[in-house]
Design a protein around this ligand. Sequence first.
Ligand code: ADP
Length: 403
Amino acid sequence: MTQTAYQTKAAIIDALGGITDPRKNTSLLDAHMVEEVSVDGGNVKIVIAFEDDRPKNERWDLEDKIHDVVQTIQGIADISIVGMTQTALREGPRQAPAPAPAAKHDHAHDHGHGHSHGNAQNAAGGTGQSKALEGVGKVIAVASGKGGVGKSTVAVNLALALHKNGYKVGLLDIDVYGPSLPTLLGVKGRPAVKDRRIVPLEAEGLRIMSLGFLMDDDTPVIWRGPIVSGIIRQFLHDVDWSGLDYLIIDLPPGTGDAQLSLAQSVPLDGAVVVTTPSELSLIDAARGLQMFKTLKVEVLGIVENMSYYLHPGSNEKVYIFGQGTVQREAKRLGTEYLGDIPLDPAVRLGGDTGKPIVAADAKSPVTEAFIKLAQRIAELQPTGAAAGDAKPKRRGLFSFLKG
Ligand code: ADP
C-alpha cells in the first residue's frame, strides 16, 4: 500500500520523537530541534536546529542517527537532512528570502572534513525553542484540514465572542499564503515597534497581528515559504501580547510546516478543528486531528460550520450539506463536538465588509452560536478571572434575598 505524503510525514515525526538527543536527554521533538519536515513524493527534507556551540561531530552523529531511522520508513527515496545553528535560523528572515537549497545527507562523506550538512547561510526560521508567552493566559489554535470551510471566519468571530464574554483577546493570523485578517476586520496599517517589540494593531477590541500588515499582496509566494517558521516565532515572541486572557491563532489550512512550527514555537493549550458537514471536509478534519495528536497538542473538539440554513420565512433549519455527520465523526474520533454555526449570507457579507457578524449583529443566531462556542472554550480552557471561578457571575434577580 502506498502512503500519502501526510502519512509519511506523520511517520517521520513519530520516528523523530523516538530519537533522543544525548545532550538534552530528551526526544528531538521535546527538545524542539525539529525545524521542518517536508515530503515531496519520495523526497524528504528535514531541518534540525542545533545550539551554536554544538560540536560538528555531535551534530553529524545525530544527523546520521536521524537518517538511519527515517530511511526505514516506507516510500522514502531520498532524504535531505539540513542541520542549522540557531543563530543562522534566527538571522535567516533578515537575509534575502530565497528558498534554502537542502544539503544532501550523503553517507559516503568523510565526516572528518567537508561534511555538507547544514546550509546556515540560506535557510530561514526561528530559534528552535518553544517558549511560553509571558502574560498570555491560553493559546488556542483554530485549524482546518481544508481551505474554504470557514476557519478564518470562526477564528475571528470566536475571538470577538470571547471578548464579548469579558475576556482580553488577541488574534494572530499565521496564514502566510493567504492572510485574511486585514480584510475580515477591515484593518490596514503597519504595526509600530516600541521597546524593541512589535505593537499589535487593534480592531473591535481585539489585538491583532497578521503577515498581511507587513507584506504586500503581490509579494511572491515563493518568498513566503522559507520564512514561515521565522515569521511564526517572531509573531509569537516579538509581538507584545502581554495582558491577554486568550490568544487565538488562525492557522493555514492543512497539515503543513506552519502547524509543526507553531507547535514547536509555543506550548499550545488547545486546538479547535473547523469543518463543514461535507464528506471531503470531514476526511481532512480527521487528518488535522491526527496531526495535532502526533504533535501532542490537545484537540478541544470539532466545530461544524455552515451546518444548516435558517429559512428566513419559516425559520426552519435546512441541512444543505447533510445532518449529523460531524457529530458522528467527532464521536468516532473520540473528540468533543463543540457545536454548530449556521450558514448565513450575513456571515459572508460581514467578512467582506470588515465587520464580522459577532460585531455587526448581536441578535443573529450565528452570533448566539459563537457566544455559546466561546463559553465552551472558556470552560475547557479557563483563564483570567474565570480560572479561579471568580469571573463575575450575574446575580439572579432575587439573589439578595438569599443573603
Ligand atoms: P477558510 O479560512 O477555511 O479558508 P473562510 O473563513 O475564508 O474560510 O470562509 C470562506 C468563505 O465562506 C468566506 O466567504 C466566508 O465569508 C464564508 N463563510 C464562512 N462561514 C460562513 C457561514 N457560517 N455562513 C455563510 N458564509 C460563511
